[in-house]
Design a protein around this ligand. Structure first.
Ligand code: NDP
Ligand code: AKG
Ligand code: MG
Length: 414
């Protein structure tokens, strides 16, 4: 067996799902490619400061670096993008956080980000999008954008079932489709790449169940199922139909004016929660024009990817857009954005997205006092117009600071 490259911190304890979180949890982190080298150390410094301030040394995260992406190839060898050791550690320690990882376009390795989500069955990608006072926005009233996206994270076209044009695989699938399935509509069969989009009832219902439960627990007004079911009837259309069915059978929703919209009373607050749907293209213009009408969003994987970045832009951009990948056992927190390679190592980008992902992690652990300090200090820094380049270029009178200086500005304001 090859030598271990991961050093388990002494003095820390493992988080065991279903058991109380220890005061000294070991949290594995992946630094990430590109700007990972800039934002990850800043995130750790800010989170350590918030935890220390909130609990006066009684609680402390023991960070444990694990390796994936380019750093993994340097440590384990040229083809080791996601080692078994790293993968096992993410499972064993159950709660983790990661920086972004590069995925080449058109060829090369498949997404490591997607691989992690699939292998750990992190079926919920939860991305809250809300306005922080003072953040530059293209909207007249950005305060109305307050949504939480539940993106299905293991299925859809992201399953990676595809064949390159003119490959043996593509030829075989096209032959099967035309000769055995009666398909006549592949416009250019000899030069088509082929992709398969699985969307299941199980995958849909577990994701939509999580979205509806979130709406109940957080007293939200509505859950919107976003889909392109008019065109992709049995995948995206199935997603919509199974979502409505679940709302009725599990949550007792009753049709509004004959349906398909339906509603039920929140069992915790007695207030009505509406379950509705929107076709994805129309939804993308509605969120700009009438964002106040949307609240919790449930959608398939690809739509969720597009919607996440589009919504983030309404409230400051992907520099401040957090996320969590969650299963029934594991959670891996990560920013919405990617590796932004042109900024790598410049100490320039906004660390806000990864810091807010860590803030979600603190809440997941039940460390709300520390999480509140993170929010408070970020609001204060932005309120004082001490911001990174992405905000500074859109704000009048801002003081532009580096990635690390923004972290320090937050710590000063805790
Ligand atoms: N979960 C993950 O690990 C993800 C990985 N990726 C991967 O990342 C790589 C690069 O993808 P790309 O499409 O360029 O998308 P990115 O999200 O990496 O960057 C796009 C643009 O968004 C802005 N941006 C991103 N992060 C920040 C930040 N922290 N602070 C301020 N601005 C930021 C920058 O805008 P500007 O130029 O205007 O300053 C940047 O050029 C690809 O390989 C992709 O596959 C992509 C998304 C998620
Ligand atoms: O895996 C990738 O490279 C991109 C993933 C992505 O865009 C996302 O998770 O939002
Ligand atoms: Mg994305």
């Amino acid at each position: 067996m090859s030598e271990s490259k991961i050093t388990v911190p002494t003095g820390g304890q493992k988080i065991v799902p279903g058991q109380p979180v220890p005061d000294n949890p070991i949290i594995p982190f992946i630094e990430g490619d590109g700007i990972g080298v800039d934002i990850t150390p800043v995130m750790i410094k800010v989170i350590d400061a918030a935890v220390d301030k909130a609990y006066g040394g009684k609680k402390k995260i023991h960070w444990m670096e694990v390796f994936a992406g380019e750093k993994s190839t340097q440590i384990y060898g040229p083809d080791e993008w996601l080692s078994k050791e790293t993968f096992d550690a993410l499972k064993e320690f159950s709660v983790s956080i990661k920086g972004p990882m590069t995925t080449p376009v058109g060829g090369g390795i498949r997404s490591l980000n997607v691989a992690l989500r699939q292998e750990l069955d992190l079926y919920q990608c939860v991305r809250p999008v809300r306005y922080f006072k003072g953040v530059p926005s293209p909207l007249k009233d950005p305060t109305k954008t307050d949504m939480v996206i539940f993106r299905e994270n293991t299925e859809d076209i992201y399953a990676g079932i595809e064949w390159q044009a003119e490959s043996e695989g593509a030829k075989k699938v096209i032959k099967f489709l035309t000769e055995e399935m009666g398909v006549t509509k592949i416009r250019f069969p000899n030069t088509s790449g082929i992709g398969i989009k699985p969307v299941s009832k199980e995958g849909t219902t577990r994701l939509v169940r999580a979205a509806i439960k979130y709406a109940i627990d957080n007293d939200r007004r509505s859950v919107t199922i976003v889909h392109k079911g008019n065109i992709m009837k049995y995948t995206e259309g199935g997603f919509r139909d199974w979502a409505y069915e679940l709302a009725k059978t599990e949550f007792g929703a009753a049709p509004i004016d004959g349906g398909p919209w339906c509603s039920f009373k929140n069992p915790k607050t007695g207030r009505e929660i509406i379950v509705k749907d929107a076709i994805a293209d129309a939804f993308l213009q509605q969120i700009l024009l009438r964002p106040g009408e949307y609240d919790v969003i449930a959608c398939c994987n690809l739509n969720g990817d597009y919607i996440s970045d589009a919504l983030a832009a309404q409230v400051g951009g992907i520099g401040i857009a957090p996320g969590a990948n969650i299963s029934d056992q594991y959670a891996c927190f990560e920013a919405t954005h990617g590796t932004a390679p042109k900024y790598a190592g410049l100490d320039k980008v906004n660390p806000g997205s990864l810091i807010l992902s860590a803030e979600m992690m603190l809440r997941h652990l039940g460390w709300t006092e520390a999480a509140d300090l993170v929010i408070k200090s970020m609001e204060a820094a932005i309120g004082d117009k001490v911001v990174t380049y992405d905000f500074a270029r859109l704000m009048d009178g801002a003081t532009e600071v580096s990635c690390s200086a923004f972290g320090d500005a937050m710590i000063e304001r805790m």
